[in-house]
Design a protein around this ligand. Structure first.
Ligand code: TYD
Length: 136
């Protein structure tokens, strides 16, 4: 059963010279093969995103621009992590509740996902998540 200890910050390699920075994600950096990429942008600062867990999907969340905070919760423990570097990715395994808030102006939240979109593998009700974790 995954806990928030199974989440971790992945360092994304970068090449930096006087022309700017280039970060690169090759398959060796990730614990899963990417099936989908999506991103949140134009997010109002008081917006609250996420509010779900996944039965199948593993994710890596990256603040491509600006900053925001990710709350991760395994039903027993909860932790708040600020993401503000495009070279840092937060890995979240399955069955971890996540919420995202405190978006800075211009923040872009990139999500690398191990699955294609399937609403049936979402757990969007915290109580249902909590009870499921208790049974695992
Ligand atoms: P939602 O899961 O609420 O986004 P977040 O977790 O970032 O707050 O998704 C918003 C809407 O977008 C919802 O109607 C589902 C849809 N959606 C897709 O169609 N495809 C996708 O890959 C994702 C992530 C969401």
């Amino acid at each position: 059963m995954y806990t928030i200890k199974d989440t971790n910050l992945i360092k994304i390699p970068k090449v930096h010279d006087e022309r700017g920075a280039l970060a690169v994600i090759e398959k060796e950096v990730l614990p899963f093969a990417i099936k989908r990429v999506y991103y949140l942008y134009d997010v109002p600062s008081d917006s609250f995103r996420g509010g779900h867990a996944h039965k199948e999907q593993e994710s890596v969340i990256i603040a491509l621009s600006g900053s925001f905070e990710v709350i991760i919760d395994d039903g027993s423990s909860r932790k708040r992590i600020m993401l503000n570097k495009p070279t840092q990715g937060l890995y979240i395994p399955t069955h971890i509740w996540r919420e995202i808030d405190n978006f800075s102006s211009g923040a872009v939240c990139l999500v690398l996902a191990s699955t294609t979109y399937d609403e049936t593998e979402y757990i969007r009700d915290y109580n249902a998540f909590y009870h499921l974790k208790g049974e695992m």
